[in-house]
Design a protein. Structure first.
Length: 334
C-alpha cells in the first residue's frame, strides 16, 4: 500500500501498564478525500469519482528490562487491518516483524508532490495502472515479514524476508493457507551523510511456490534527489522481471526524473516525467509508455490540498492509446 506519513503525526496520550512499567501510546490517523477524473482512448466515456479513506491506529514504545527498546503499532484503513509492526532493538540495530511498514522499494527518491504517477493514473483509469507504475515484486513489505534494520552511513540498511507473499492480512494461525511464494528485499535509504541528498537503492526477489521452470521475479531500483534551497531535483532507474515462464515473463525498464519547487511556506509545485520500455517473452513492445505529470500542493496547516494532472502516451505500451488523469486530494490529520 501507499506509504503512510500519518504514523509520525499523533495526538499523544499516556497509559499505565502493570506494575511500575509504563509505555507511551499515541493515537494516529487521518481522513483522505479524493476527486478523480479520467479520459482514455480505450473507453467510450470519461469517468469521474469521489472517494474517501479513513485511517486510525495506535503506536507505542517501551524500554525493556534488558535495556532494549520495543516499538509497536497498528493502523486500520476504512475499518480493516492495514499495518501492524513490532520492532525490538537499539537506536542502531533492530529486528522488526509486521505487515506493510518500513523501508521499501515501492517508494521513490524522486521528488513529487502528492501521489506518484502510478497511483494517480490507477485512481483515474481504474485497474489498468501504468506499465512503469508500482511493481508487485517491489511489494515484499506488504506481506507479513521479518526484517533487520541497521542505521549507518546517514541512513538505514534493511534486509527483509516474507515467507508467504499471499499473507498480507494474515492471522496468527494462517499457516494452512501458505501458497509457498516467498520474497526477499535488500535496500538502503538515506543521505550517505551528505546534507540535502536522498538516496534509495536496492533489490527485491520473489520465488515461485513450485519448481516448474518458472523464472524468479526481480526488481532493482536506484534513485537519488538533491535539495538546494527551494528546489529539489532527482532521477531514478528501475528494472523489473515478473515471476513467470520464460515465454511469458514481462520485463520493464523505467527511467524517472522529477523536480519540485517550494514557492512559499504553504505552496509546492512539482513536475515529473517517466518513460518505460516493456518486453514480453523477450519481445519488445512497439512503443514506450511516457507520462508527464504536473502537481501543486497547498498546506493550510493541518489540512493539505493537492492537485495533480497526468498525461499518458502509449498507455500500457500500446501505440496510440493515450490517457489523461486528474486528481484533487485532501488530507486532514488528527
Amino acid at each position: 500500500m501507499k506509504n503512510k506519513l500519518l504514523l509520525t503525526t499523533a495526538i499523544a496520550g499516556t497509559f499505565a501498564f502493570a506494575g511500575a512499567s509504563f509505555a507511551e501510546t499515541k493515537v494516529v490517523g487521518n481522513l483522505e478525500t479524493t476527486f478523480n477524473a479520467m479520459s482514455n482512448d480505450n473507453k467510450i466515456n470519461s469517468g469521474r469519482q469521489i472517494d474517501a479513506e479513513t485511517n486510525i491506529g495506535l503506536t507505542g514504545s517501551k524500554e525493556l528490562d534488558n535495556g532494549l527498546k520495543a516499538t509497536y503499532g497498528f493502523l486500520l484503513e476504512n475499518g480493516n487491518s492495514d499495518t501492524e509492526y513490532l520492532t525490538v532493538g537499539t537506536d542502531t540495530v533492530n529486528i522488526a516483524v509486521g505487515t506493510d511498514f518500513g523501508n521499501n522499494l515501492s517508494s521513490s527518491a524522486v521528488p513529487h508532490v502528492g501521489d506518484q504517477a502510478g497511483s494517480i493514473v490507477r485512481a483515474g483509469i481504474g485497474s489498468s495502472t501504468l506499465t512503469g507504475g508500482n511493481i508487485p515484486v517491489a511489494n515484499v513489505h506488504n506481506a507479513s515479514h521479518v526484517a533487520l534494520n541497521i542505521k549507518g552511513m546517514g541512513g538505514t540498511i534493511t534486509a527483509r524476508y516474507a515467507p508467504d507473499l499471499s499473507n498480507t492480512r494474515g492471522s496468527a494461525t494462517n499457516i494452512d493457507n501458505d501458497t509457498g511464494e516467498s520474497g526477499t528485499e535488500f535496500l538502503y535509504s538515506g543521505s550517505l551523510g551528505v546534507e540535502g541528498l536522498k538516496v534509495l537503492i536496492g533489490q527485491g526477489n520473489t520465488k515461485d511456490a513450485t519448481d516448474t521452470g518458472t523464472e524468479d521475479g526481480k526488481h532493482q531500483k536506484a534513485g537519488f534527489s538533491y535539495n538546494f534551497g527551494s528546489f529539489s531535483v532527482g532521477a531514478e532507474k528501475q528494472k523489473s522481471e515478473t515471476s513467470a515462464s520464460t515465454a511469458t515473463q514481462v520485463e520493464t525498464d523505467t527511467d524517472k526524473v522529477g523536480v519540485s519547487f517550494a514557492a512559499s511556506d504553504s505552496i509546492t509545485l512539482g513536475l515529473n516525467y517517466q518513460e518505460t520500455e516493456k518486453k514480453t517473452g523477450g519481445t519488445k513492445a512497439s512503443s514506450d509508455e511516457e507520462v508527464v505529470m504536473v502537481s501543486i500542493g497547498y498546506n493550510l496547516g493541518g489540512l493539505g490540498i493537492q492537485l495533480q494532472y497526468a498525461q499518458v502516451d502509449n498507455h500500457l505500451n500500446v501505440s496510440g492509446s493515450d490517457a489523461e488523469a486528474f486528481q484533487i486530494r485532501t488530507i486532514q490529520q488528527f
